[in-house]
Design a protein around this ligand. Structure first.
Ligand code: ATP
Ligand code: MG
Length: 262
C-alpha cells in the first residue's frame, strides 16, 4: 500500500510501548477469563506457545505484521485466542506486540483483562481523541500493548472505512515500535466490519470452532475475504477425543491446531 502522509499536530511521532499507561491485570481476572498466555510457568500456556511458533514462522516468511483474527460464526473464541496468543507472542518477542480490539460493536478485550475505560480506540476513529498512546495500555512487566475499544452500536462500518482508520493503521504500521500487531475482529458474516478493516491489514487468521464451523463456512469466509491472504487457521475447542485435565474444553497438545494454508 502506498504511504500516505497523515502528519497532524496532535499525533505523536512514534507510538512506543513505553509511552502507554501501565496496567497490571489482576491474576483472578485473568484466571476467570482463562487468560493463561501471560504466565510462562503456567502449563496451560503450552498450546499457545505452539500456536505462537507456527504463527511467528509464517509471519517471518511472509513479512506480514498486521494480522486480524476472524471467524465465520460468533463466539468461536477469537477474543480468547487473540489475548492468549498476543501475550504468548509478547513473552518471546524482541520488539513489542500490540493487540487492538476492532470488534467495536461487541468490544470485549478491556473487560476480559479487567480494565474499565471511558474511551478506547473508537474515540480516535470518531476524531474525539488524537493521542493513540493515551488510549492504549502497557501490560506491566511485558512487551504487550493493548488497545481496547468501548462498544459502539452504530456506524461502525463508517468508522472503519474512514480516513481516521487509515491514519490509525498507518501509525501502527509505520510509526510504532511494535513488530507484530494482532487485531481482534468481528465474525466475517456478522457485518461488513471484518471485511472493511482487513482491507488495510496484511492478512487474517481464521478461527474455526471445531464443533460449529462447517466446511461450507470456511469456504464462504475465504471467498468473502478474498483477496486478503489467510495466513492460517486455528481449530479451536478441538478435544482430540480426550478430556482436558484443566476443565477448559481443550485436549492437551492437540488443542488449538494451527494450519498453514500454503
Ligand atoms: N478453547 C477454549 N477453551 C475454553 N474456553 C473457550 C475456548 N475458546 C473460547 N472459550 C470461551 O468461549 C467464550 C467465547 O469466546 P470468545 O469471546 O473469545 O469468542 P469470540 O469469537 O471473540 O466471540 P464474538 O464473536 O462474540 O466476538 C468465552 O467465554 C471464552 O472464554
Ligand atoms: Mg470477541
Amino acid at each position: 500500500m502506498a504511504d500516505r502522509d497523515f502528519s497532524s499536530p496532535g499525533v505523536r511521532d512514534l507510538l512506543r510501548l513505553a509511552d502507554l499507561p501501565l496496567f497490571t491485570p489482576e491474576r483472578a481476572e485473568l484466571n476467570s477469563h482463562k487468560l493463561v498466555g501471560f504466565d510462562s510457568r503456567d502449563i496451560r500456556a503450552r498450546p499457545f506457545n505452539l500456536l505462537r511458533s507456527s504463527l511467528s514462522k509464517k509471519l517471518k516468511e511472509s513479512g506480514f505484521r498486521l494480522v486480524g483474527l476472524t471467524s465465520a460464526t460468533p463466539a468461536a473464541g477469537k477474543s480468547y485466542l487473540s489475548l492468549n496468543l498476543a501475550s504468548s507472542l509478547a513473552r518471546v518477542a524482541e520488539q513489542p506486540v500490540f493487540l487492538v480490539d476492532l470488534d467495536i460493536r461487541r468490544a470485549s478485550v478491556a473487560e476480559e483483562i479487567g480494565l474499565t475505560l471511558d474511551r478506547g480506540i473508537e474515540s480516535f476513529l470518531e476524531g474525539e481523541a488524537d493521542d493513540l498512546a493515551a488510549l492504549g495500555r502497557h501490560v506491566d512487566g511485558s512487551e504487550l500493548g493493548i488497545f481496547p475499544a468501548v462498544r459502539r452500536k452504530r456506524n461502525t462500518a463508517e468508522l472503519l472505512a474512514s480516513e481516521r482508520f487509515a491514519q490509525m493503521i498507518d501509525i501502527f504500521r509505520n510509526r510504532s515500535d511494535a513488530a507484530i500487531i494482532l487485531f481482534d475482529l468481528p465474525p466475517a458474516f456478522a457485518s461488513d466490519d471484518a471485511m472493511i478493516s482487513l482491507e488495510l491489514l496484511d492478512g487474517y487468521v481464521l478461527v474455526v470452532d471445531s464443533g460449529k464451523t462447517t466446511r461450507k463456512h470456511v469456504e464462504d469466509v475465504l471467498a468473502v475475504l478474498h483477496p486478503t491472504p489467510c495466513v492460517g487457521t486455528i481449530l479451536n475447542r478441538y478435544s482430540g477425543g480426550f478430556a482436558d485435565s484443566y476443565g477448559y474444553g481443550y485436549g492437551g497438545p492437540d488443542y488449538g491446531k494451527y494450519y498453514d494454508p500454503s
